[in-house]
Design a protein around this ligand. Structure first.
Ligand SMILES: Nc1ncnc2c1ncn2[C@@H]1O[C@H](COP(=O)(O)OP(=O)(O)OP(=O)(O)O)[C@@H](O)[C@H]1O
Length: 268
């Protein structure tokens, strides 16, 4: 992103020659990534390519075996992981809620960074107002009192996005946000993501998916991963081509983009 003065903003997230080795095997190697404010990256690759491992590094949930991860100029390893995480909103549809809290309570747990309400912690009236506004912005205004156990998968996904946003993160990580959603719920979710990117223009995001159909139209950049390595990375239209995506999935695919959205079919 370029500011009005023409200066390029400093990166929100930087991975420099990252390697992750587990049980003697490289799950990721030679990974470089720079994400700037206002950029929305898609991380795409087949099963086992290393997407989740990479999101773990982006989210400061673990240390790389080699290389560096820097979030907002702070280097992982030099500062406390928990400090870095306060700037990162991580939306994982497999998120486990401990108690059967209401949507409003779930959104407020984004302020305490916990998976349940904290005893004796009470939100201020401003915080409750903000949580209410955010729940409304993801289409949950009528479900504020709805309990987690009664929410649909799509509603849970949207509640988790509001939960992530309440901490005003610089970086939003979305781990397969459309998984398990029916087509209407997916379209609602993607519209929500597009809208929040307009409402929060400086936020940066990284979204993991196997399906190009699950990418919001507001995606600006993409990285293709295969076997723990980068196949291609850069502007979405340069990376999400039939040739490069076919290479990443080792399968002949024809990629089209219509009205901002992508589609992948077998190439004949
Ligand atoms: N702690 C670990 N120890 C050993 N191997 C691991 C560990 N975590 C992940 N792996 C392996 O690393 C590879 C990459 O896993 P990862 O979950 O990052 O891939 P992915 O691209 O997210 O896959 P999927 O699309 O199936 O979710 C897989 O082969 C997985 O089995």
């Amino acid at each position: 992103m370029t500011t009005e003065s023409g200066a390029t903003t400093s990166p929100v997230l930087e991975l420099d020659d990252v390697r992750v080795t587990r049980q003697g095997r490289d799950l990721l190697a030679h990974i470089d990534l720079t994400v700037r404010a206002g950029e929305h990256w898609a991380l795409i690759g087949p099963n086992g390519a290393g997407k989740t491992t990479m999101l773990t590094m982006c989210g400061a949930l673990g240390h790389p075996t080699a290389g560096t991860v820097t979030v907002l100029g702070k280097r992982l390893g030099r500062v406390d992981l928990r400090d870095l995480r306060t700037h990162i909103g991580h939306v994982d549809p497999r998120h486990r809620m401990l108690g059967d809290n209401t949507v409003l309570e779930v959104v407020l747990t984004g302020l305490t960074g916990t998976s349940d309400t904290v005893p004796r912690w009470e939100a201020t009236s401003d915080e409750v107002a903000e949580a209410t506004t955010l729940a409304g912005s993801v289409g949950l205004a009528a479900r504020l009192d709805g309990r987690w156990s009664t929410l649909s998968q799509g509603e849970r996904g949207r509640a988790l996005i509001a939960r992530a946003l309440i901490a005003s993160p610089a970086l939003l990580l979305l781990d397969e946000p459309a998984t398990g959603l029916d087509v209407a719920a997916r379209e609602n979710l993607l519209e929500t993501v597009d809208a929040l990117r307009i409402a929060h223009p400086t936020i940066a995001s990284v979204t993991v998916t196997h399906h190009l159909e699950d990418l919001p139209a507001s995606t600006t950049h993409a990285m293709l991963l295969r076997d723990g390595g980068i196949v291609a990375a850069g502007r979405a239209d340069d990376v999400l081509t039939s040739e490069l995506v076919s290479g990443a999935f080792d399968f002949p695919l024809a990629i089209t983009r219509d009205d901002g959205r992508w589609q992948a079919r077998r190439a004949h």
